[in-house]
Design a protein around this ligand. Structure first.
Ligand code: DGJ
Length: 698
């Protein structure tokens, strides 16, 4: 039973491994009691330790509330902040009811005087060890109510000196993992860019010295791709208060009479077995519950993308040549990136004009698609639907379709403007442009890009003080566009990209089949980016390309096998310039692509173990386990002092079973116990050496 209720006051939410307990106290406040390893008996939670007021610290501030509201002598960061028409600015609630049904629990809070009702939703994913939360505010009166902050969830974690992990960075340097101690005050991770962005990720991991396979870890992710905020506040009352939700910066939602506002969902989990267990739980959960159905059970194909070969200079003959070579290497999807539409020869023009360039493709795309299909590949196209260039027919016709402030020149990012998605005509235009392309052409895949942040979100309301709901409406309408396009074209695979990894989040996960984690394809940087990425996101949702060396970004020279093995850690893609590729490199790509196709199900659907990490070990290694089949990649960056033998202990084998290992030409079998407790000897030599190891249960 996932939900138990005692005395109409105490609620125990149980997954297979964890428990989460909340309780209504004598004053009607809903407070948090416990989050951790599974506890069997709800009656153990009958008594509570009373908190005492003193002159400066009200007990309400000390309470670990499930949904605190600014005001009433609460001075910590709160879940919500409201203002009523007469200026009253707090939500003095009592719990007025609850409803439990199967795995779902709803608890309602109502203001003692004002007609505001807030419902807290909990859904228990018992087998997945995940609890979903979101909340809804309803105006039951006849005057407007302002919501000035309304996060998705609040978690009280008793104790001090916690560390909080988030993934921060910038273009080309995404997913830098930092674990910062929050001894006092607040740690805030936020995006104000109208998208998830590279600066932070909508997730939190809280721990106190946890490691890969041991230690307590509390974690949560937000199902949202717009402005978000995560606050971890070390309160003076010896608990860490963690809040996650839509950012309250430049946010107000006007709740008109009878209206309601529901937050995006947050998903949280707890493990006492370190980060590895957390990642397995999250990977399993999102693959099972969140990702779009069409490709959920299918492994992703090996794609070739011609961006690095031709940049904006795409035209029929050249692309056909590349397609032939890509097919020869084993690619299954051929993708044209930026530059195929309007007058697009650089990033200065044509976004918004989603018609095939007549100069580059005089007969349209069909002859190329036919050729690509004849070569046994699917066809893919790049799009950037949320944007427009000043130099475009769309902007000339509709200069009012972009976000702008009156009396200000519109700001450009990468020479482009962000379309105002709160306008219905913009939404309809986007749906129609994508639909037209997907209807006219046999397109199997879209790379959906987004290359500048949203800004200047004014001009959506002329009423002074209104218009701050635009950030949320923008994201909701973006989802509407994607959802509608997917509904009309369910067989088209869609990859999310936003100047690299600017749109990797659990909100996008419902709509996209894969993500592009970074424009930085340097294999060394990628190993680190990919490792951090794997904390929260599964390998299947990580496109990874092999590209030319030296890498354009870092100028680092890396052997092609090392680069291939790095890219094979996710959904493999090829991004090399096939016009200049040497014969030897082409042979190696062909060989590894064939291997990848044989093992990709283990990588894309298997359980991932971060065996060795560049951040602390001599070499880097990652293992994928599925149904007794294991793939391990080992990477040596910098061999020193002639050392060639390295040692690797494997995870997740059955001790008494026999396993056969294959490394290069070498093959032998031993027990699972041997490989787990003694390990495998791996030969790695010099700089940038790598090994692919296969280990199968016999
Ligand atoms: C940014 C993306 O991250 C790149 O992969 C490429 O698609 C360019 N945009 C094209 O303009």
């Amino acid at each position: 039973m996932s939900i138990q209720i005692y005395n109409n006051k105490t609620f125990l939410l149980s997954t297979e491994q964890t428990s989460y307990v909340v309780q209504i106290d004598d004053s009607g406040i809903l407070s948090h009691l416990y989050w951790g390893r599974k506890l069997p008996d709800i009656e153990d939670f009958t008594g509570r330790i009373p908190t005492r007021d003193n002159s400066y610290h009200a007990s309400i501030d000390k309470t670990m509330e499930e949904c605190s509201s600014f005001g009433m002598m609460r001075y910590k960061e709160t879940s919500m902040k409201v203002r009523y028409a007469d200026g009253t600015g707090d939500f003095r609630y009592r719990v007025t009811g609850y409803q439990a049904e199967k795995d779902c629990l709803r608890i309602t809070l109502e203001d003692a005087f004002y007609p505001l009702k807030v419902t807290l939703y909990y859904e228990v994913f018992e087998q997945e060890n995940i609890i979903k939360r979101y909340q809804k505010a309803e105006n039951q009166g006849d005057t407007d109510i302002l919501l000035e902050r309304f996060y998705s969830a609040e978690y009280g974690i008793p104790g001090t000196s916690y560390e909080v992990i988030n993934f921060n960075g910038t273009w080309g340097a995404e997913f830098r993992k930092y674990s910062d101690k929050v001894n006092a005050g607040k740690k805030v991770f936020e995006s104000l860019r109208g998208s998830t962005a590279h600066v932070a990720n909508p997730c939190f991991i809280v721990h106190n010295g946890a490691r890969e396979y041991e230690g307590e870890v509390y974690y949560g992710v937000l199902e949202y791709s717009g402005n978000f905020k995560i606050v971890a506040e070390a309160t003076p009352y010896e608990y860490l208060n963690v809040l996650i939700g839509v950012s309250d910066t430049d946010f107000t939602w006007i709740l008109k009479p009878g209206e309601s506002f529901a937050t995006p969902a947050a998903y949280c989990g707890y493990s006492h077995q370190g980060f590895s267990d957390m990642s397995h739980t999250l990977h399993r959960f999102c693959l099972k519950e969140l990702v779009p159905e069409a490709f959920a059970d299918k492994s992703l194909k090996v794609l070739y993308n011609s961006w690095y070969a031709t940049l904006f200079d795409v035209e029929f003959e050249d692309q056909v040549k590349l397609a032939k070579r890509a097919a020869g290497l084993g690619a299954e999807l051929f993708v044209i990136d930026d530059g195929w539409f309007g007058e697009r020869n650089s990033d200065t023009s044509s976004l918004g004009d989603w018609q095939v360039s007549k100069k580059k493709f005089p007969e349209g795309l069909t002859p190329l698609i036919d050729e690509v299909n004849r070569l046994n590949m699917g066809f893919g196209l790049w799009l950037e639907p949320e944007m427009v260039n000043e130099d475009s027919n769309l902007y000339r016709e509709h200069p009012d379709w972009v976000y702008r402030f009156p009396n200000r020149p519109v700001l450009k990012g990468r020479n482009q403007y962000a379309l105002n998605l709160t306008k219905e005509e913009v939404v309809q235009f986007m749906i129609a442009s994508i639909d037209n392309l997907l209807t006219e052409y046999k397109i199997d895949y879209i790379k959906w890009d987004m290359n500048r942040p949203v800004a200047e979100t004014g001009g959506t309301s002329e009423v002074f003080g209104e218009g701050k709901e635009v950030w949320v409406k923008h994201t909701r309408n973006l989802y509407r566009v994607i959802e509608e396009c997917r509904k009309r074209h369910p067989d088209v695979e869609v990859e999310a990209c936003a100047s690299g990894g600017g749109r990797v989040d659990y909100g996008a996960m419902r709509f996209f089949d894969e993500y592009w984690p970074s424009d930085n394809v340097d294999p060394l940087d990628r190993l680190e980016i990919q490792e951090s990425y794997s904390y929260i996101y599964p390998a299947k949702y990580m496109r990874a390309w092999v590209t030319d060396s030296p890498d354009g970004f870092t100028k680092r020279k890396v052997p092609i096998t090392f680069a291939l093995h790095t890219a094979m850690c996710g959904a493999l893609g090829i991004g090399n310039n096939l016009n200049t590729l040497s014969l030897a490199e082409a042979e190696e790509i062909k060989k590894q692509v064939a291997i990848y196709k044989r093992i990709r199900d283990i990588i894309q659907f298997g359980r991932l173990y971060r065996l060795k990490s560049l951040t602390k070990d001599e070499f880097h290694a990652v293992q994928y386990q599925k149904d007794g089949h294991n793939i391990i990649f080992a990477f040596l960056i910098n061999g020193r002092y002639g050392k060639e033998q390295y040692h690797l202990k494997v995870k997740d084998l059955i001790p008494d079973c026999r396993y056969r290992v294959r490394i290069n030409e070498l093959e032998y079998s031993k027990s699972g116990a041997y490989f787990m407790y003694y390990g495998i000897d791996v030969t790695l030599k010099g700089d940038y050496d790598s090994q692919l190891i296969e280990l199968d249960r016999i």
